[in-house]
Design a protein around this ligand. Sequence first.
Ligand SMILES: C[S@@+](CC[C@H](N)C(=O)[O-])C[C@H]1O[C@@H](n2cnc3c(N)ncnc32)[C@H](O)[C@@H]1O
Length: 378
Amino acid sequence: MSHDYDDSPGLAALFARQAHAAEAHGSVLYAGLCRAASLELVGQGRLRELLAPWLGARAGDMLPLRVLGAAHRLVLERRAPALALWFPSVGGHAPADAAGRDSCFTAWVDTLVAHADRLPELLAAPPQTNDPGRAASLAGVLHLVDDAWHLPIRLHELGTSAGLNLRADQVRITWEGGAVGPIESPLVLDDAWIGGPLPPLHDPVVVERVGCDLEPVDVSTVEGRLHLTSFVWPDQSERFERLRAAFTLADRVPAEVVRRDLVTHLHTLRPQEGTVLVVWHSSTWMYLDAAERAAVSLAFDDLAALASEDAPVVHVAREFVGDRLDTGFAVVTQWWPAPQAHVAAGIPRGTEIQHADTPAHGLPVTWMPLRVLSTNGI
Ligand SMILES: C[S@@+](CC[C@H](N)C(=O)[O-])C[C@H]1O[C@@H](n2cnc3c(N)ncnc32)[C@H](O)[C@@H]1O
């Protein structure tokens, strides 16, 4: 990872970075709001006064996404009718010209100012974008794992949010000329895999689904569904449809979600004979500081020391490349021990191997020939 990255550049710069990320990941609406917010925060306007308690936020706090999520939540709660006119998520129309962008930004700041008393509560937790599109890469890796070990899979997720992606094997995935996953699945990710070679198709059997999170979300409740929905970008209608379908899948396929720090959770895990332990995390690394990242690596070293041919461990990361939010998210694995195909290719146990690239919200997954990473990229 690069070392010249400024983790606390100030809120104006963080909104400017988020504007780039929103643009790169297809939200014209949020790119416009973030750009306007960034400009206003450089001066002494209402927004700067409102957000004064958070001016020192570090990049990993994801403050711009918290503020965007707070305003969207107020729209979804039907408490911000003027802003709702600009939000397609509730039937509005995103601004199409400069005058519209100005009006939308004014309505956005008005909304935040009108509900200033709720900001401490609304901004307290980190953003929880539990995008089911990210299941497309995990599903592919589960096929790779089945190809290598032919063992039942215990699937654990670090920073699971609501645990939606713990059902990755139950998602229907299609690509040009093929499909995998239950045909009756309520969640269908079309054209989700491109590039190649694609993972060899098998029949992964997941026997345990457990995720941990500091702030777990219960999607069996209205509050949980509202919370997750507030973090979907309002002009990305296909993501709302994915989320709704994932709620239905979550009703059908149970998974355990525990309130626990991810390092603590890793320390509770042990490989078990006759199963393969797959530990995955996605869009979570950016929340961790250097000490937490080091602790995660050490915990994986401990797990690796206990792994064997009868009880293998696989670490799967779908995390950003470098420190910039507008670049891709690499799908990287580490295997203990190395499966036969890796041994034959001279790839030692624990080597970081990149299999694919994905955008922030997961789709499409671009598969690539195995790429051995030379650095500790995850
Ligand atoms: C952007 S969400 C990603 C959710 C999910 N992994 C996905 O890809 O859709 C990141 C999650 O990591 C959680 N998180 C951050 N730091 C954590 C920690 N130290 N321990 C457990 N969870 C953490 C946050 O609460 C949040 O739910």
